[in-house]
Design a binder for this molecule. Structure first.
Ligand SMILES: Cc1ncc(COP(=O)(O)O)c(C=O)c1O
Length: 397
């Protein structure tokens, strides 16, 4: 019994040709950034103001800084994410406050968010983890009721939709990584998508060369004494931006195929005890960047044994989040004995001690799931049957 995951990203001749043209013309860095890619991203998202920059992490920072979030502010987020979601909050001088997750889907659980609101809370940062759509409807309602910003980290969910609308603009904006293993793969890069043009302009003060600013903006900024070179080094690689622009044309078809493959896998796993796949919320069309399998502690296998057997089949599998962020040693200054970490001062000032943070579902999931890259961008029922066989065999006790 074997299963061989596909190589990703697939070599897309159109993207390679576009990138080669840029390289051949020595057109790989432009002071004005990547306006063609930005306009294409806005068309893809059906609106907003896109800014393509150096990475997903920088895009998260741009989103926060563009909305004036910084020292003294709290941002409610999930501890069950890639750490960059949280390090971006820390990098702008704010502090994260952690709500819990839904244990099956791994997404931020809106029912746990409101209890985290304090007078210092400015925003909610949700993550569409694994390419699934987090419950932005409920989060939007909370944000509106409590006067908070809502941001989406869509780094794993380019093109995912809820009620037909793509993630990124359900609240005040989104940030997306375009590093080479993502659904919308460049070489490195990312983009911030702002609902509001003023927030986008504000963010650009931190990293846009004046050549990329509109002439009236340059005039206004220089009149106000705000046109300077105090920049954060977010300039994008234009070859990467070109790969992203070209890739947009095939992204929906690839995401549709990923969804159909997951449906085939789900059907093939029906009746298999001990493992479960995340469910999508109503109206969601997620894009399954990673396949996360949750092991049932009563009926399922021990995780190490499950992984050992899967390695034998070639299907692989790894634990994507072994430690939720609120339990990471470097986060919390209390009881810390390692090298200096800059965010400890802001956390101490905020009076937060993450040892007291309770996110039992995030901790539970970090002990009971196994993740797989899911780069099946063309329909392949046979491969899904093989993967289901491997999972079922590894889950057998
Ligand atoms: C959820 C999430 N947020 C943020 C990032 C950071 O993006 P980047 O590595 O491009 O800085 C990533 C990916 O690496 C991610 O998966």
């Amino acid at each position: 019994m074997t299963h061989k995951p596909p190589v990703y990203p697939a070599r897309d001749p159109a993207a390679l040709e576009a990138a080669a043209k840029r390289l051949a013309e020595a057109d790989w860095t432009r002071l004005e950034g990547a306006p063609e890619t930005e306009r294409a991203l806005e068309a893809f998202h059906g609106g907003g103001h896109a800014w393509f920059i150096a990475s997903g992490t920088a895009s998260l920072e741009a989103l926060l800084l563009g909305h004036g979030i910084g020292p003294g502010d709290e941002v409610i987020s999930t501890p069950y994410t890639w750490g960059a979601t949280i390090s971006a909050i820390l990098a702008v001088g704010a502090v994260p406050v952690f709500a819990d997750i839904d244990p099956l889907s791994g997404q931020l659980d809106p029912a746990t968010v409101e209890a985290c609101v304090s007078p210092r809370t400015r925003a909610i940062m949700t993550v569409h983890l694994f390419g699934l759509v987090s419950d932005v409807r409920a989060l939007q309602a909370i944000a509106q009721r409590r006067g908070l910003r809502l941001f989406e980290d869509g780094s794993q969910a380019h093109g995912a939709r809820l009620d037909g609308k793509r993630v990124g603009l359900f609240g005040d904006g989104g940030a997306f990584s375009c590093m080479g293993m993502k659904l919308l793969a460049g070489t490195e890069g990312g983009y911030a998508l702002f609902a509001d043009s003023a927030a986008c302009e504000n963010a650009k003060l931190y990293g846009q060369h004046p050549r990329g600013l509109a002439p009236d903006q340059v005039e206004r900024l220089s009149a106000d004494g705000l046109l300077d070179t105090l920049q954060l080094g977010w300039r994008p690689c234009c070859v990467s931006a070109e790969l992203v622009r070209v890739k947009l044309a095939s992204l929906d078809a690839e995401n549709d195929a990923r969804r159909r493959n997951v449906a085939a896998l789900r059907a093939a796993l029906r009746g298999v005890e001990g493992i479960r796949l995340p469910e999508e919320i109503d109206g969601a069309e997620g894009c399954w960047h990673l396949l996360s399998v949750v092991l049932d502690p009563d009926k399922g296998p021990a995780r190490e044994e499950f992984q050992r057997k899967l390695r034998e089949t070639g299907a692989g599998g790894f634990v994507y989040i072994p430690t939720p962020v609120h339990r990471m040693k470097r986060l919390n200054p209390h009881g810390y004995d390692g090298p200096r970490v800059f965010w400890h001062e802001q956390i101490l000032r905020a009076g937060i001690d993450y040892r007291e943070t309770r996110c039992p579902q995030a901790e539970w999931r970090s002990r009971h799931s196994v993740e797989f890259p899911f780069n099946w961008t063309e329909d392949n029922r046979e491969a899904m049957r093989q993967l289901a066989d491997c999972l079922a065999w590894a889950a057998g006790r």
